[in-house]
Design a protein around this ligand. Structure first.
Ligand code: GAP
Length: 491
């Protein structure tokens, strides 16, 4: 038997078709030929998503007495996006091919070139040199230099094949719409491009109503929208996606310590997903966003290479100060702890912020990529194979499948007894159609860690066969032990 271990390279196209075939993720509006870079979660995808959300929420809100959650609206006052800098700065350098009229994000065009000249998964010297040049030019906002690099390297459009390019220009990524019926400029509002601003503008509400003491955090999970020009990589880069963000408000001067704390804490969370450490790396930002004094990404080794899954940013007091200026409302905190240097309370200040921001959909793609395995189970007598999703039980959509061996002789009734005993604790799935082998394979493809088979012996001695997804081994155990076995795997 040859198995694909979780570290073997995975094929994104296979993962995408598996997700569709088994009810995880569908292209949006598919019967109308789809909508680019928008996806719907199906019956099992939504369970996977919920499990990952719950893990994050628990690690942030339940495990920290000083972090609380909120759920702010997607629509917000338009001035918020002026204050945050998104109206003026939330843009990417773009370039258009004059022959095909296709528009590219400059960094994507150059990255694709670097991968092409490297001819493999990892970048060779030439590829790395091009990326280094690009990063240096981006850091200086040197658009003429970026265009020159594209021309010097003769980077071509994938549609026209030419290198007939426009100048590099900035393109704002926010979606706008009208509030009410009058199309005046004051009515223009934006679909939020990040959930973070909903946290900043509620800082005073939460701090006062919750009597929160700095340092404290506010966590939020919600939709964000970006008009990505080149949306690629399935649910990696979408136009409508979900973020799980936490803003941690700290005393000015302590931000470096908290930045390091959250880098470590977030990596620990990632490792607790059962993904080996070598599949992750930190990437420190060369070009800092307008609000940051330090920033890094946690990157995961996706089927298309190492890419960002989460950002950790030290955002200074930029956001709260901006909202104070634009709203003309005081956004400060009075710290009555004693400053040892002066012997007096720290007094009034605008807190600094450490942000952890993970894309939920990207995290789902990471978990799917890690779990997806194609296994050849052939023996000299018979060709056989399976696709199995080796999710850790705590994120698996279905925890337990209950399978009566036959549709008669009281086996379904016995199986239903087990379903009723377990269903209030975790998601169970009942299936009596098809051969037991086919049912096992289907559960493997959905990532169900445990299958229990009810047979005639179960009626006599109340024992069942439990089958373990990854090893495919089976064990005969008393039926009343099944629930505890499954629960133990979820801890
Ligand atoms: N509040 C900070 C912020 O939004 P970001 O680096 O722009 O920072 C944070 O986004 C995370 O959101 C990223 O690490 C990524 O996981 C996710 N994300 C960003 N754009 C995305 C997109 N178009 N599709 C899916 N996920 C996206």
């Amino acid at each position: 038997m040859s198995t694909q271990d979780s570290t073997a390279p995975k094929n994104l196209a296979n993962i995408i078709s598996h997700c569709k075939e088994y009810g995880f993720i569908f292209p949006s509006s598919e019967i109308y030929d789809g909508l680019s870079a928008v996806y719907d979660y199906g019956q099992w995808g939504v369970e996977l998503k919920k499990n990952i959300k719950d893990l994050w929420w628990k690690s942030m809100v339940y495990m920290h007495e000083n972090i609380v959650g909120i759920d702010s609206a997607i629509f917000m006052h338009p001035t918020i996006w002026k204050a945050s800098g998104h109206v003026d700065n939330f843009s990417d350098p773009m370039i258009d091919n004059l022959d095909s009229k296709k528009r590219y994000r400059v960094d994507h065009l150059i990255e694709a070139y670097a991968e092409q000249v490297s001819g493999g998964e990892s970048l060779n010297e030439e590829g790395q040199a091009v990326i280094a040049q690009m990063e240096a030019l981006l850091a200086k906002d040197d658009f003429a230099g970026l265009k020159q690099l594209i021309l010097d390297k003769k980077m071509t459009c994938s549609v026209s094949g030419t290198c007939n390019w426009t100048d590099v220009r900035q393109f704002n990524l926010m979606f706008s719409t009208q509030l009410g019926s009058v199309a005046e400029e004051s009515d223009t509002i934006y679909l939020r491009p990040e959930t973070a601003q909903g946290i900043f503008v509620n800082f005073i509400n939460v701090q006062k109503s919750g009597r929160m003491k700095v340092p404290f955090g506010i966590a939020q999970i919600g939709k964000a929208f970006r008009n990505e020009i080149v949306a690629r990589g399935f649910i990696f880069r979408m136009r409508e996606f979900e973020q799980m963000e936490m803003q941690y408000f700290v005393r000015p001067g302590t931000q470096k310590t908290w930045y390091e704390y959250w880098k470590e804490a977030r990596m620990k969370w990632h490792l607790e997903l059962g993904i080996p450490v070598e599949r992750y790396r930190f990437h420190d930002h060369v070009k800092l966003a307008h609000y940051a004094d330090a920033a890094c990404d946690i990157e995961y080794d996706f089927p298309m290479g190492f890419k960002e899954v989460e950002g950790i940013h030290s955002r200074t007091d930029f956001d709260l100060t901006q909202h104070q200026t634009y709203s003309k409302k005081k956004i400060q905190y009075f710290d009555n702890d004693i400053d040892e240097a002066t012997g007096k309370p720290f007094g009034n200040y605008t807190p600094y912020v450490i942000e952890t921001s993970i894309g939920l959909d990207r995290c789902i793609l990471m978990c799917l990529s890690e779990a997806y395995c194609e296994e050849d189970l052939s023996t000299p007598e018979k060709q056989d194979s399976r696709v199995v999703l080796k999710f850790p039980p705590k994120i698996a959509p279905i925890k337990l499948a209950v399978l009566p061996l036959m549709k008669k002789d009281g086996l379904p009734e016995k199986a239903r007894e087990l379903m009723d005993h377990c269903r209030d604790s975790f998601l169970c799935f009942y299936e009596e159609k098809d051969s037991i082998g086919k049912r096992y394979r289907r559960m493997d493809a959905l990532g169900t860690p445990f299958c229990v088979t009810i047979d005639h012996q179960s009626l006599e001695d109340n024992t069942v066969t439990i089958r373990f997804r990854d090893s495919m081994e089976q064990e005969r155990i008393p039926m009343e032990e099944v629930k505890d076995r499954v629960l133990a795997s979820l801890r």
